[in-house]
Ligand binder design. Sequence first.
Ligand code: HXC
Length: 258
Amino acid sequence: MPAEAPVLSERRGAVGVAYLNRPDARNALSADLMDVLADLVESWDADDDVRCIVIAGGETYFAAGGDIKGMAEQDFQAVVAAPTASFWRRVADCATPMVAAVSGYALGGGCELALLCDMVVASETAEFGQPEILLGIIPGGGGTQRLTRVMGKQRAMELVLTGRRIDAEEAHALGLVNKVVRKREWLDRAIELATVVAHRPPLAARMAKRAVLAADEVGLGAGLDIERRLFELAMATEDRVEGMSAFVEKRKPDFRAR
Ligand code: HXC
């Protein structure tokens, strides 16, 4: 990809790393960026060699949100018809586990993109927030729903109604962030976490992701049914036979994604 592409990418073994790359606009999520990122995530999701995905920003900015300059010109019809509306669904449909690597600002759509990932590694410099209210709008990329599921109604309500930004420690205390790491270590630590997941048997990893996400979608009874079906499916895989045989034989398992 050319250096000026809105998203850069590299492979680190079985981990695909996507870098948001609009530094002049603080990585604001333009239509172009969202399109390229969704295409990339979908192509990795279809690639058996990619076992975990990291979505990263830059050192000072993960993403400053939706592209306000682009949105400022949109009338109602344009918003309704915007192809970018499907971005959130396309990325959410990714079955491969995803880790957000956040340093600096993750605001508005940037915070929502981190929330969309399955885990978040944050630099001690990270700041999260949903400042849409200050622009006269509300979050439109899942923030009101995912923030509420992560931290509870009262806390999410405060952030969405005031637009207050929170630092990495508070985000960690509220459950939005898995771990806070020293600055300059955020990317390495995120890739490290992704690499651990990438070494897990991939079919089981995808089933585990689906089962955990089901907890946000359905009631307890239905969620337990989904988990049981996925557990039964996992028991039908060759990797399960290998994993259990390896344990019994006291050797390392050789998972084949089968
Ligand atoms: C477009 C943006 C932008 C954004 C910054 N820029 N954020 N452009 N969309 N979200 C541009 C600025 O206009 C400026 O361009 C350049 O990036 C540098 O910005 P500064 O403000 O000068 O940088 P700084 O002082 O470092 O402050 C960084 C910041 C601030 C704290 C992140 O830029 C900021 O508050 N941005 C807006 C955050 C926000 O409100 N996000 C929510 C967006 S709405 P020029 O041309 O002047 O150099 C949203 C809804 C999503 O996310 C709904 C789903 C799609």
